[in-house]
Structure formats: C-alpha cells, structure tokens
Design a protein around this ligand. Structure first.
Ligand SMILES: NC(=O)C1=CN([C@@H]2O[C@H](COP(=O)(O)OP(=O)(O)OC[C@H]3O[C@@H](n4cnc5c(N)ncnc54)[C@H](O)[C@@H]3O)[C@@H](O)[C@H]2O)C=CC1
Ligand SMILES: O=C(O)C1=N[C@H](C(=O)O)C[C@H](O)C1
Length: 257
C-alpha cells in the first residue's frame, strides 16, 4: 500500500459543498455528514467566499449550483488542486473541453461530472442506448418540479446524445416524422435528431420516459426519482472515487462497473 492509499484508507475525506443551501446541496450535506468515511468541512452558497472550502482543507468539493456559476466554481477548484464532483447541469461539449484544458495543467486533480447521480437513472440511460439501434422511432419525455431552471434536463440531453450515437453507429437514418409544426415547439426540442419534451408540474421531482417504436410494438423505459435521497448513493460513490481518477470522468457508468 502506498502512503497515499494508506491515507485514503485511514482518514475521512474532507468534503466541501457548493450550493449548500439549495435543494440538492442540503441533501448532500446531510449525506456527507452521515457518512462515517467523510467529514463535511465547508458549506458554501451564493454570497459566501469560495476560499472557505480551501481554508477548511476540502479535498473534494461537491457542486450543485447553477449552470451560470458552475464553470467559475470548477475552474477555481481545479486551480486550488481540489477534486470535484459536479451534478450541476449545463455542460456542453465546449464546456467539457474547457474543463479538460484546466485539468491538463493540474494532472493530479480528478473531476466527475454526472448528468444524473441516480443509479436507476444511469441504468435507464444505458438501457436506452442499448435499445436505440433496434427501433426506428424514439422520443424522450422528461418531467420535473417547476422550480427547475433549465430545460430540457441534463439527463434528457445526455440520453438523446447517447441514442443519437447508437443510431449513427447502427446506420439508422432520421426518425420518421411527417408532421409539420403548426405551433412552434409542438414537437419538442431536437437534440441530435431526437425529440425531447419537457414537462414541469408541482408534485414531480425528476422523471424520464424514453419511448421507442418500431413496426407493431413500442418499448417504454422509465425512471422516477421521488426523493432527492435517490441521488445520494451516486454522489457518495463519486466522492469516494474522484481523487483516484485524475482527469475528467463523465457519468457514473465507469464507477459502477
Ligand atoms: N446530476 C444530478 O443527479 C442532479 C443534478 N441537479 C442539478 O443540480 C443543480 C442544482 O439543483 P437544485 O439543488 O435543485 O437547485 P437550487 O436552486 O435549489 O440550488 C442551487 C443553489 O446554488 C446556490 N448558488 C448559486 N450561485 C452560487 C455560487 N456562486 N456559489 C455557491 N452557491 C451558489 C443557490 O443559492 C442555491 O442555494 C441544477 O443544475 C440541477 O439541474 C439536480 C438534481 C440531481
Ligand atoms: O434539476 C433537477 O431537479 C434535476 N436535474 C438533473 C437534470 O437536469 O437532468 C438531474 C435530475 O433530473 C434532477
């Protein structure tokens, strides 16, 4: 066992939470606090000083903030040599490339960015990617609480990209659709050729259906998060893994294998 491995085995991981007063942040603070192998050393929200996290000796920062601040937070963490677990949405390919660039200059730092930390949601995306090449039609319906700031969800966008990639690899053409949009938006957003519909309603938390169709049959793959506690096993898994995964990891898939 190396010195670093011994340290990892013996000492609790010092964790800071950004967005600590938000819906997810509060849940993460609770989960980290309850984990015997972690110490919650900093809770940072809007208006607080990011240096609270480094001053407190955070080794891993968990970010559940907003798409407009997450890049600055992440750049700061990487500069400070702090590994990060990020659930905040809004990561385009361009943003991911910028993160890779920052990480090149800090080779020891790990970052895990996951569009969804729910284990069931990760499996739903994997099943959807697997089914994609067998069906000529596919649409995604995501459903969330009405205080969600972005649409479509990060999960739906990621799922659409996975499906589009699987369809391209299988040589499938465009999804058949003769409909002319009489009202803008009636057919949802188009993400890499996959239609995505976003529903917002009080009472919902986070839900997604992927509907596949081919001649004579349909297949619906559905996932429901009824409580934000559903994301915590995935968040804690990433916190435990991130320091041993230098560079950028996207999604939880590699951590679950
Ligand atoms: N990957 C996943 O599994 C999940 C991702 N999310 C995503 O996480 C993000 C947060 O979601 P919620 O907790 O529902 O939102 P929220 O609005 O309840 O929480 C965001 C928090 O970030 C704080 N904040 C804003 N700017 C900040 C800054 N510069 N530094 C520190 N804190 C700052 C806000 O004051 C607020 O307390 C969203 O992008 C959402 O889509 C949400 C659930 C699961
Ligand atoms: O804002 C949310 O609530 C959620 N955001 C993530 C997303 O946009 O996919 C994950 C989950 O759907 C909950």
């Amino acid at each position: 066992m190396t010195d670093e491995q011994e340290k990892t085995a013996a000492e609790p991981i010092r964790v800071g939470v950004l967005g600590a007063r938000g819906r997810m942040g509060l849940e993460v603070c609770k989960a980290v606090d309850a984990a015997t192998d972690m110490d919650l050393v900093a809770m940072v929200d809007q208006g607080d000083w990011l240096f609270n996290a480094s001053d407190a000796g955070a080794e891993v920062v968990v970010d559940f903030t907003t798409p407009d601040v997450v890049m600055d937070n992440l750049h700061w963490c990487i500069d400070q040599g702090i590994s990060a677990v990020v659930g905040t949405t809004g990561f385009t390919e361009q943003r991911l490339d910028r993160v890779r660039g920052w990480l090149e200059r800090k080779p020891g730092v790990g970052v895990v960015i996951a569009p969804n930390f729910g284990i069931g949601a990760v499996l739903m995306m994997q099943f959807a990617a697997r089914a994609a090449r067998h069906f000529e039609s596919v649409e995604i319906v995501e459903q969330h609480h009405p205080r969600k700031l972005d649409a479509p969800s990060g999960t739906a966008t990621h799922t659409a990209r996975l499906i589009a990639q699987a369809r391209a690899e299988a040589g499938l053409g465009p999804v058949p659709d003769a409909t002319k949009d009489e009202v803008a938006g009636a057919r949802g957003a188009d993400i890499d050729g996959v239609r995505v519909h976003a529903v917002r309603a009080t009472g919902l938390v986070a839900h997604q259906e992927v509907l596949f169709g081919t001649v004579g049959e349909t297949l619906t793959i559905r996932h429901d998060s009824y409580d934000r506690a559903s994301f915590m096993p995935g968040v804690l898994l990433a916190v435990r893994a991130v320091r041993n995964r230098p560079g950028l990891t996207i999604g939880l898939d590699a951590l679950l294998d």
